[in-house]
Design a protein around this ligand. Structure first.
Ligand code: 5GP
Ligand code: MN
Length: 338
């Protein structure tokens, strides 16, 4: 974190502000953990702050302290609009272009607030006056930790802040296993435990709260898996009908895509999930090693993310989408071959 960013944040927070904190659409553990942690921190400083999410977030994150006070734009549109219009500072966390916030995009484009971006995705756009963007970071939560450390010091990390940050680091690193996990990430996690984060609770609340229908849906996903050994690729499909039959709830498919990578020799894993309400197929891409799924998602599926984890979408049918996907693989044979 460079001195200029610290100074700029310092200067902003010296005076009372009306602050709104916003994560990306379909917020995950890192998005919710980082926004809630920053919110607790700013409230403790006496700032007037609120968290607004573009849409709902999964139940396995709803135990995080004060998550029940998060304002969901889809449910509470008018108050969210008012907060954004009247904000003097808007923190955008865990995304780096306004296309990632769905229906909030036009509102943020019109907003007169000073924007602060805290994010670890590739190729940030330039909407924010203060940009803390670092693709080497494990998670946005690790970056919020750095902000607090540089701003008032880690003595300002309460147990509530600690558990939010720990949970986001844990989920964004696949429980400390992805290559973005550095020794510093472990140091930060250790310090958060010192500050009162109950690490066992975080693991069990996030990973050990399956419902029978989620496990049945996982069974269906694994049955549908197609393995293309020639391209060291495995993909999964889930149709709307299969989701409905298994009583799908938001967050139920989280982590399914990773099963492809657990196969020996597979380095590219994908899941295609039909969403009839939105008329799209939502896609998650994961890779191991040098094959950049960020570039792949950007080039073909209107998406992006990180080198080894990205997402995108398609407006074709499920079958057309997987046919299109498999038709692309021969041109990546050099990168995917053994
Ligand atoms: P997931 O597959 O878990 O939804 O997302 C994996 C990563 O890719 C996350 O860091 C997420 O922010 C990013 N991502 C997911 N979907 C999209 C998308 O449609 N566009 C972009 N630019 N990034 C995405
Ligand atoms: Mn993240």
């Amino acid at each position: 974190m460079n001195l200029e960013i610290i100074k700029a944040i310092d200067a902003l927070l010296e005076t009372p502000q009306r602050i709104v904190i916003i994560p990306h659409k379909n917020p995950d553990g890192d998005a919710i953990g980082s926004t809630l942690a920053l919110w607790h921190y700013l409230n403790n400083l006496g700032q007037q702050a609120k968290v607004v999410v573009p849409n709902d977030f999964p139940k396995f994150l709803k135990w995080l302290p004060l998550s029940e006070l998060i304002i969901n734009f889809e449910k509470d549109t008018e108050s969210a609009k008012e907060l954004i219009n009247e904000a003097t500072v808007i923190f955008t966390l865990d995304f780096n272009h306004l296309g990632r916030i769905g229906q909030l995009q036009p509102l943020l484009e019109e907003a007169s607030a000073t924007f602060v971006m805290i994010d670890h995705h590739q190729e940030p756009s330039d909407y924010a006056q203060i940009m803390y963007s670092d693709v080497s970071m494990s998670s946005t939560c690790e970056m919020v930790y750095n902000v607090i450390e540089a701003h008032k010091g880690i003595n300002h990390i309460t147990p509530e802040i600690a558990i939010c940050l720990y949970t986001g680091i844990m989920t964004d690193t696949g429980s400390f296993k992805y290559s973005s996990t550095s020794s510093r990430t472990h140091t930060v996690a250790a310090n958060l435990i010192e500050k009162g984060a109950n690490n066992t609770l975080a693991h069990s609340m996030v990973y050990d709260t399956n419902t029978p229908s989620r496990l049945h849906l996982l069974g269906c996903a694994l049955k549908n898996m197609v393995i293309l050994e020639e391209f060291r690729t495995a993909y999964i499909t889930l149709s709307q009908e299969e989701l409905d039959k298994n009583n799908f709830k938001k967050g139920d498919t989280e982590g399914f895509v990773n099963y492809g990578l657990t196969l020996e020799g597979i380095i590219f894993a994908v899941i295609f999930i039909e969403n009839k309400d939105e008329g799209i197929i939502k896609i998650s891409f994961r890779s191991e090693g040098d094959f950049s799924v960020n570039e792949f998602a950007r080039a073909h599926f209107n998406g992006g993310g990180h080198n080894n984890a990205s997402g995108g979408r398609s407006e074709m049918s499920l079958t057309e989408t997987t046919n299109y996907f498999t038709s692309l693989l021969p041109s990546y044979k050099d990168q995917l071959k053994k």
